[in-house]
Write a protein that binds this ligand. Structure first.
Ligand code: GAL
Length: 637
């Protein structure tokens, strides 16, 4: 499998020369060289400029720009151009447009306007990719391939009849026979038993007050992620027929809002992991969000270097209130990503568009030109990344703590028919991460499907709301603790099996009920916005439950309401201790709790309270965040 092999940290961004005259291209080259840009992502949305009618390709402009970049030592991350099908294609084949759960066709005019199961989309995309790979696979400017763009950003789920047929095939493949499916989905409920595969439709909108079968919805998410992955594989394998040398990637979205693609599974299919990270400008904790996304991406990459493929130099254009980045923030983000394992810092986009939906989105060269705050920072960053070139291909230090991250639990929990719709898997995981970040404790992320050897690398594993518990994960966690590991599991862990059927006999399954020793009988979620005080003085929100100790030592109980007296925090000692936390502790209490846990386990902290201290290769990074300003320092040692 070809690997990323940079000679310096990558620096550049999405480059859309088709939006500009050739005179501007010359100016682009001058400014890129001035800023030490060494890589651009080319052609991401260029389908209509390359294939002007079915089978009619126009490569002259692309040849010219690739050659021009090559003459100037700027490498190309060549896109497959399949992210935005042209109007001639959707006009000829309106059946390829996606249809939402309400039966509404999502029209041409934005981007990603295709049903992910559409045979015609796949056929035309593969034909385009073949042409590109054949023509440019051996071009010396090409450094890597960029398949499609942010798969599933706008069209993660489609509910049309074409999708229904693909879905039925996926289910047949998974379950083999209908009896197994009926059992796995508990279809004797509400007369949902299926007698023929073709009766099973996607989880379209149902009569008000009723919701589709949750096991079906969970499988539909798995299926939809797999459908997108099939397109990725189709494009990748098409490239490989012509080019066996260059690494192939697609830009993930490791951010909070992106929840439709199981990147743990996808990461196995890319030659290297790359991601985009956009922040919510109004979020005062966005530095933590950024660090979380970097660490999660490093997890997808199995600790190996990865690439920040897009972030923004300043404001985006798709939030309600699009604030510019604060003083020093752009550099702090970019350098921070490198400290957390990125092989460079890339942006959307090189030159700010003069028209189109993203004309107000920041870029490396703003509308106002080179004499600007942003472009000055761009050149400053180019110099700094150049000085860090020795970092290339080095790994970051492994953390002592691993947080389990699991899209399947996220999908299963994010439904209507749950004890409270206030539970947000990502938010809970981010709460825990934030407490540790503020303490200056680094963490890694691992998949719920990680093997025993992976868990064993860590002193402490955290399982925040690991709702969906496979027998394998349960056995792996118990084995990990029996072999000297330490674990913190939260409420709503071990509730259901792989197809979202409840594990009976007391919630929490073997892990929580028997191994940690807390037997949960009923859930008692707390009203929105309320905070409750536990018997040890900690404060908690969102969740309470009615339970008894079943072998665990009780450290705190709920103090009020129907759960009063039930277990709020418990521990049990094996070679090392394990803890169960039955509510969502507030930020302060989480810090106190993790403070005592890390102290007991001897896990050290460095930095914290707005200072990130990170090490990679021979460099030490100190990145600071204060309201209104951000700073960074890099030193040796
Ligand atoms: C990303 C996308 C880019 C651009 C950017 C704006 O989601 O990949 O093409 O739209 O957002 O923030």
């Amino acid at each position: 499998m070809p690997k990323l092999n940079p000679s310096a940290l990558y620096y550049g961004g999405d480059y859309n020369p088709e939006q500009w005259s050739r005179h501007v291209w010359q100016e682009d080259i001058r400014l890129m060289k001035q800023a030490k840009v060494n890589l651009v992502s080319l052609g991401i949305f260029s389908w209509t400029n390359i294939e002007v009618a079915e089978g009619v390709y126009q490569f002259d402009w692309l040849d010219d720009i690739i050659n021009l970049l090559h003459e100037n030592d700027i490498k190309v991350d060549l896109a497959t151009a399949t992210a935005s099908p042209p109007a001639w294609l959707t006009k000829a084949h309106p059946e390829m447009l996606p249809i939402d759960a309400n039966g509404v066709v999502r029209s041409h005019g934005g981007r990603q306007n295709y049903c992910t199961s559409s045979p015609i989309y796949r056929e035309r995309a593969a034909a385009l990719v073949a042409k590109l790979a054949e023509r440019y696979g051996n071009h010396p400017a090409v450094e890597m391939w960029h398949v499609n763009n942010e798969f599933g950003c706008h069209n993660p789920l489609c509910f049309c009849d074409t999708t229904a047929a693909a879905w039925q095939g996926w289910l047949q493949n998974k379950y083999g026979n209908l009896e197994a499916l009926n059992e796995a989905w508990a279809t004797n409920f509400w007369s949902q038993r299926y007698h023929n595969w073709n009766e099973i439709i996607p989880p379209r909108r149902t009569p008000d007050g009723t919701f589709p079968n949750p096991s079906m919805v969970l499988d539909f998410h798995r299926f939809s992620s797999d459908e997108l992955l099939d397109i990725y594989k189709l494009e990748r394998d098409t490239i490989r027929k012509y080019d066996s040398v260059h690494p192939i990637t697609t830009n993930f979205m490791s951010m909070r809002g992106s929840i439709f693609v199981d990147y743990w599974k996808w990461a196995k299919e890319v030659d290297f992991v790359s991601t985009d990270i956009y922040l919510i400008a109004a979020d005062p904790n966005r530095d933590i969000e950024f660090a979380y996304a970097c660490d999660l991406t490093r997890g997808f990459a199995d600790g190996q270097p990865w690439l920040l493929m897009e972030h923004s130099t300043s404001a985006v254009n798709w939030q309600e209130h699009n604030l510019p980045k604060e003083q020093g923030e752009m550099l702090a983000n970019s350098i921070g990503s490198v400290a957390r394992g990125s092989e460079g810092a890339m942006y959307f986009q090189w030159r700010q568009s003069k028209g189109g939906s993203e004309k107000f989105h920041s870029a490396m060269v703003p509308h106002a030109g080179e004499n600007t705050r942003v472009y000055r920072q761009v050149t400053e960053l180019g110099d700094q990344l150049d000085q860090l070139r020795d970092l290339v291909s080095t790994s970051t230090e492994q953390a002592k703590i691993a947080i389990i991250h699991d899209y399947e639990s996220l999908w299963a929990m994010r439904q209507y028919n749950v004890p409270t719709t206030q539970l947000d898997y990502t938010e809970i995981s981010q709460d825990w991460y934030r407490a540790l970040y503020n303490m200056g404790v680094r963490v890694d992320f691992v998949s719920a499907k990680a093997d025993r050897a992976t868990f064993k690398k860590y002193d402490l594993v955290l399982a925040p709301t690991q709702y969906l518990m496979t027998d394998e994960l349960e056995a792996n966690l118990i084995d990990y603790v029996k072999n000297g590991g330490s674990l913190v599991a939260s409420y709503f862990t071990g509730i259901s099996n792989e197809t979202d059927l409840i594990r009976l006999g007391g919630y929490g399954g073997k892990l929580v009920k028997d191994f940690i020793g807390v037997r949960v009988e009923e859930f008692a979620p707390l009203p929105k916005g309320s905070v409750t005080t536990l018997s040890n003085g900690y404060q908690a929100k969102l969740w309470a439950e009615i339970s008894q100790a079943n072998g665990a030592e009780v450290l705190a109980t709920f103090g009020e309401g129907v759960a009063a007296g039930s277990v709020a925090i418990a521990r049990r000692n094996y070679e090392k201790p394990v803890w169960y936390v039955a509510s969502q502790l507030t930020d302060e209490s989480l810090k106190e709790f993790f403070g005592s846990v890390t102290k007991e386990l001897g896990i050290e902290a460095e930095g914290g309270n707005g200072i990130e201290v990170l090490r990679r290769g021979k460099f030490r990074f100190e990145i600071g965040h204060k309201p209104g300003s951000h700073s960074h320092q890099v030193s040796i040692g």
